[in-house]
Design a protein around this ligand. Sequence first.
Ligand SMILES: *Cc1c(COP(=O)(O)O)cnc(C)c1O
Length: 309
Amino acid sequence: MPISGARVLIDLGHLRTNVATIAHRTGVPLLAVVKADAYGLGIEQVTDAIRDLVAGWCVFRLDEAITGRLYERTGKRTLALGPAEPQRVVHYQQHRVTPSVATVEAARALRIVEPALNVDLGMQRFACPPDQVEAVLSAGDCHEAFAHATRPEQAQQLKCMLGGRGLMLHAAGSSLLEYPEAWLGAVRPGLAMYVGCVRVTAPLIEVRDSAGPTGYSGFRGRRHGVILVGYSNGLRKGPCLINGTPSRILEVGMQSAYVDLSDISARPGDEVLLLGDTLWVPDIAREWQTSPQEVLVNLVRSGPREYVG
Ligand SMILES: *Cc1c(COP(=O)(O)O)cnc(C)c1O
């Protein structure tokens, strides 16, 4: 048997529960964000698991919807959140993908596929400045408008700007699900659907009493273990759990890492938990000083995926 690195377990039953809970709580159509291969969980498996619970999908690029065969497999449309590709009208049409437009030229070129207007309320990238909203709306004959909002006030701003005209409006990703005033006509969660669905472990392949300064950095401890997951697999220094006890990833190499066993009794073959159970992405994100989304996509890609549920 080959020596093993990270093992990534994805619980599709838990994913369904999360999505059903969000849909029930908000009571508005749910556009599931499955960009970047469903945050690394696997776009085909994820969309198969929740297709009956959602109104549609969001990806970043048109090609993600085509490669994932989203319409063909699920019968639901996709909104492409990133910059529009005005020359590809036929592809949008064939694969039931709604482009997001931010300029009059793009809106005019894509009018036949009913583009959605992407309103810039602060992100200042591939979206339409408020003073051009009317021109783009009429050039594209848009029936849908959205904003990438980070605060509930921005959702209200979108509603003030475009409400009461029969447009489908949406603004809320995961961080705004707590704010009913941000839900508008639909919600667009990514991360919140995937919370608690991923478990990443790696077995200890060595356990040693430390003999002086160890590794590249010369860290000091009484005992350490080694796992075959490194920075090339997306791992960084930070928390982990070993046999239920909190511990630390002390140093990370290209394809292996040291874990602290100074106060833990462990043997080769015991599992080091890198993500899951009581160790969830926000805890790790705080230590990595990055977003929970980045932690998730890094760790979910650290080894071969297996699915349950
Ligand atoms: C990625 C993305 C989302 C989902 O973000 P989460 O914070 O992961 O829920 C929603 N809207 C837009 C425009 C996005 O790009």
